[in-house]
Design a protein around this ligand. Structure first.
Ligand code: ADP
Ligand code: MG
Length: 700
């Protein structure tokens, strides 16, 4: 076979869809809505499901719910007026009876369906008032049953869009398939064996999936487990993996400052902490310091469950930057969390003579100007803040390290934009990304293939797992009594009010009401309130009162979700837990269990519970492990949701499904590693085939 040039401009598969017979500008536009621009895209538009029109089902063996082809003789045709005027055609084939029911029909149609006519119809079978029925089936009248051939393969049903008929799509795919049969779509995968069997070639797999033989196993195909589907999923995952590797290499090619901690400063920091690092913290700090000293930009993701102690680790990294005469910036997604980091870092570092700067969206006037000046001059070595840190008018003299907390709130593109912020000539800043929403490893491999991952998989010692219970709202009194008891023992409690999507105002209002009701019910206890509508200074005051213990019960909206840290709080009450996501609930629960006391989390819900809500609450009751929670969350919600909408672009695959096909990933990674080195051209062709010229992970 002659060697195929995959780049040739007269490649029959790279031609625009308009090269196909019958495709004009308006059809081309509709096809675009399905993501089809080139002929090849039609090949990768796989059917959603299949219908079996290869054989005739006797009427006697039809069951309600079947999609079937039947063939029978008209016995009687009549117009019925009961409820809705309809044309009823009674059919019989010697084995049973079936009625065709039509609400829209013409006089000539009615006349043509006279008794004795032989009909072949395809449709869904339903139970009718007296017999099984098909409503508005596709049908044809047969002169001679021998002359009407049956389909010889299963009939594919494609994902479609308005104004694009299945029959039209099928015939377009047919044209693409006939080009495929002539060859010319090169197989880019190295020959693979799965369980000792050769995998089908690309062309075999595509032909099979578009036109499966009558004996194809539909159950297997519906679950995506058919070898032909797996063959394509493998190739697609491989293309994504290769593209991410490319991105990663481009990043690695950059240079970064060599950051080495100043021994004295770092030792002073570690020994001033009121605890010693856990083994996991120690290991992760080591991984980070190793990266920072290499002169290549670090891109490391630190995953650690809530309360695993990521802040200490981030601070150690920041000190490495500061110790080598560079700047470090720590960005948090909310004001509240940023403020708390500021307080924590100031508490640790100011005694060591290191000042910590502050820049948030609320920094104004002179304060802001001064901060900008200090960042630009390099006087401020370490700054904590929100998104405000990375706005256009912020300039750093020597940003060596950017730390992003609670990374799941930021997307890939923001991550890359942030990196540009600190570029100076050739040098790029190092990046440390911290997430308390663990991403299951399988997903991380793809979603974060451009990052190195570290896991803080150990909790600080002495923590007891949080006991979690779900209690209906009707037992509110009991819950209030429980709060009373905890506080009587000197503990503190959070009471989280429902999330109200529609407005922050309503949310704040609900929280205010709850706070005053609780203040009344909990005589003698000090009840505080924080919500998103409060002035930052007021919020800060309440939070600091709570952390100093002058407030017993903190009523809050979900603003406390991330990062807030008060070790004496041992009880977390969450109202309307049924409306919250798993990750969010796990985060809230992580606010307690930080001290030595046995802590509890009470998930209040409104009955009756829906099925998903029930499984969510059940997951939380059964495990305290963030990684297990994340895995279940992924199964319940799918990768797009788990990673946040900004990152769903990453997950737009045509054939593969990250959950269903997770088992393929280890081998995909191996093959990618090999292919990238041994056949860069093939790698390139695979990326182009599946992802396109400008790969979707963007230029760096
Ligand atoms: P997260 O990983 O959720 O960001 P934090 O950094 O807020 O966790 O740490 C949670 C709490 O645990 C803080 O009060 C912190 O001071 C404390 N902590 C962190 N590391 C340790 C440790 N090794 N031993 C004891 N307590 C620790
Ligand atoms: Mg944190």
């Amino acid at each position: 076979m002659p060697k195929q040039d995959t780049r040739s401009s007269n490649d029959p598969f790279k031609a625009p869809a308009t090269a196909l017979r019958g495709v004009g500008p308006s059809l081309a536009q509709r096809l675009q809505k399905l993501g089809i621009e080139k002929v090849q895209d039609l090949l990768f538009l796989l059917p959603l499901r299949y219908e079996d029109r290869t054989r005739i089902t006797p009427l006697g063996s039809l069951r309600s719910g079947d999609h079937a082809v039947i063939q029978a003789e008209v016995q009687l045709t009549e117009v019925a007026y009961r409820r809705r005027r309809s044309l009823l055609v009674s059919l019989h084939d010697g084995t049973g009876w079936l009625t065709l029911r039509m609400f829209y029909f013409s006089r000539s149609q009615q006349a043509a369906l006279k008794p004795g006519t032989l009909i072949r119809a395809f449709g869904e079978v339903r139970r009718g008032p007296s017999t099984l029925e098909m409503i508005h089936p596709e049908y044809q009248m047969l002169r001679d049953s021998e002359a009407a051939p049956m389909e010889d393969s299963l009939t594919p049903i494609y994902p479609s869009t308005e104004g694009l008929q299945q029959a039209r799509l099928r015939s377009l795919v047919e044209q693409a398939l006939s080009r495929l049969k002539q060859g010319g779509l090169p197989d880019l995968l190295p020959p693979l064996e799965v369980d000792g069997h050769n995998q089908p070639t690309l062309a075999e797999a595509l032909l099979y999936l578009h036109r499966p033989p009558p004996d194809a196993r539909l159950d297997q195909m519906a679950s995506g487990a058919h070898p032909c589907q797996q063959r394509l999923a493998f190739e697609e995952l491989l293309a994504h993996q290769l593209s991410l590797r490319k991105l990663r290499e481009r990043i690695r090619r950059g240079r970064a400052a060599v950051l080495k901690p100043d021994r004295d400063l770092s030792d002073a920091y570690i020994s001033s902490l009121p605890f010693s690092l856990t083994g996991a913290q120690d290991r992760v700090v080591g991984e980070i310091l190793h990266d920072l000293a290499r002169g290549e930009p670090m891109m490391r993701l630190v995953q650690g469950d809530v309360g695993s102690g990521k802040t200490v680790v981030a601070t150690a990294a920041a000190l490495a930057a500061v110790g080598s005469g560079h700047q470090a910036a720590l960005m948090a997604p909310t004001e509240l969390l940023a403020e708390q980091h500021l307080a924590t870092l100031r508490g640790w570092l100011e005694p060591l003579g290191l000042e910590v700067g502050w820049l948030s969206g609320r920094s104004r006037g002179k304060e802001r100007e001064q901060m900008l000046e200090q960042l630009a001059s390099g006087k401020c070595k370490l700054v904590v803040g929100t998104h405000a840190l990375f706005q256009d008018d912020v300039h750093f003299a020597r940003l060596g390290l950017a730390i992003i907390d609670e990374q799941h709130r930021f997307g890939v593109h923001q991550r890359l934009a942030l990196k540009q912020k600190g570029e100076r000539g050739e040098l790029q800043p190092h990046q440390l990304i911290m997430s308390a929403t663990p991403i299951p490893r399988t997903l991380a491999m793809t979603a974060y293939a451009d990052l190195d991952c570290s896991y803080i998989d150990e909790r600080p010692p002495g923590r007891k797992p949080v006991t979690t219970v779900a209690i209906p709202e009707s037992r509110r009194d009991e819950i209030v009594a429980r709060v009373q008891r905890a506080c009587a023992e000197g503990r503190q409690a959070y009471w989280v009010c429902p999330l109200i999507d529609v407005s922050e105002n309503l949310e704040a209002q609900a929280a205010e009401e709850t706070a005053s009701l609780l203040a009344e019910a909990l005589q003698g206890l000090r009840v505080g309130l924080v919500h998103g509508r409060m002035k930052p200074a007021d919020k800060e005051k309440v939070m600091s009162n709570f952390s100093q213990g002058t407030i017993d019960v903190l009523v809050a909206t979900t603003v406390i979700e991330v990062g807030v840290d008060v070790a004496n709080a041992s009880l977390m009450i969450v109202e309307n837990a049924e409306r919250m996501g798993l990750a969010q609930l796990h985060q809230l629960r992580g606010r307690v269990g930080r001290g030595l006391a046995q802590s509890a989390c009470v998930l209040m819900y409104k009955s009756p519970l829906g099925e998903t809500a029930r499984s969510r609450l059940e997951v939380l009751r059964s495990t305290d492990d963030g990684f297990v929670v994340a895995q279940r969350d992924l199964e319940l919600r799918g990768p797009g949701e788990v990673l946040g909408t900004r990152q769903t672009g990453l997950m737009q695959m045509r054939v593969a499904d990250l959950i269903r096909d997770a088992g393929l990933l280890p081998e995909v990674q191996q093959v990618a590693a090999k292919l990238a080195v041994e056949s860069p051209e093939r790698s390139e062709a695979l990326i182009t085939r599946w992802i396109g010229q400008a790969d979707q992970y963007g230029e760096v």
